[in-house]
Design a binder for this molecule. Sequence first.
Ligand SMILES: NC(=O)c1ccc[n+]([C@@H]2O[C@H](COP(=O)([O-])OP(=O)(O)OC[C@H]3O[C@@H](n4cnc5c(N)ncnc54)[C@H](O)[C@@H]3O)[C@@H](O)[C@H]2O)c1
Length: 275
Amino acid sequence: MRLKNKVALVTGGGSGIGREISMLFAKEGAYVGINDIVSESIEKTIQDMGELGSQALALSADVSDSSQVQKMFANLIAKYGTIDILVNNAGIGEVSNNKETSLNQVMEAQLGEMFQGKIKTHWAVTENLSDADWDKMLRVHLYGTFYCTREALKIMSKKNYGRIINMASVAATLGLETSPHYSAAKAGILGLTRAVSREVGSRSITVNAIAPGLIETPMTDVISPMVKQAWVMGTPIKRAGKPYEVATAALFLASDESSFFTGQILSPSGGSWMP
Ligand SMILES: NC(=O)c1ccc[n+]([C@@H]2O[C@H](COP(=O)([O-])OP(=O)(O)OC[C@H]3O[C@@H](n4cnc5c(N)ncnc54)[C@H](O)[C@@H]3O)[C@@H](O)[C@H]2O)c1
């Protein structure tokens, strides 16, 4: 077992990638605090873990709210006494209703027009992005990552050990024309990863990022098959990834095998982004 008796906290563990990471960490011997804003989804994850569910603690909280994050850490510490591994994974795709549909429509129209040699349909995402949508995206991803990292470091820096894993995206490195706010939030996470990795490296705390490409989860269910196909065409391994293929990257970064990696980006993306 690669995480025997380690204490981990996985945010957004009620669905998709976070759910898979929570399950894999428990299989590898860790005690796992599973966070999500949707408490029923945490219960479902724990139920599906079977016997391993006894190694899990449900921690319902909104990571974009610093007071809820503080209480969540207090509950984790009350139960397990410490934290060794933090996975900042909670996230949202689009924040406005129907936006997915309109983005799919624009992209599908462009793909059709490409074959006729002239693109007439254009993106108008940034000019129509509201303050509220911009704010929410940055709050969940970037502020949430900061709030949880701040609490984790209060404990990790006292014991000179820790593993912090931040879920970024190829959106951070490529830039997604459909999601300037998402791309900016994820790029911010990469900046935070590098800065904090320098700050705490001498205390044997490592801070790394994972930048997945297209992964089959509820978040990407809203993308139309044609748009997914277009993405897959630009991916050297010609398919979307599975949550497990991201969880194994998280396991490596959480384990002692990654002890000389810090400030790095691992990209389970089928090669859709290459450093
Ligand atoms: N699926 C992909 O293709 C893909 C690609 C690159 C990066 N990512 C990133 O991976 C992470 C997980 O995404 P996923 O695809 O598994 O999505 P998902 O929607 O399946 O899971 C995200 C989870 O985060 C939870 N969450 C949302 N806001 C929260 C908040 N404020 N506080 C606590 N929990 C909250 C949701 O309830 C959900 O359970 C996200 O950070 C996402 O941006 C996903």
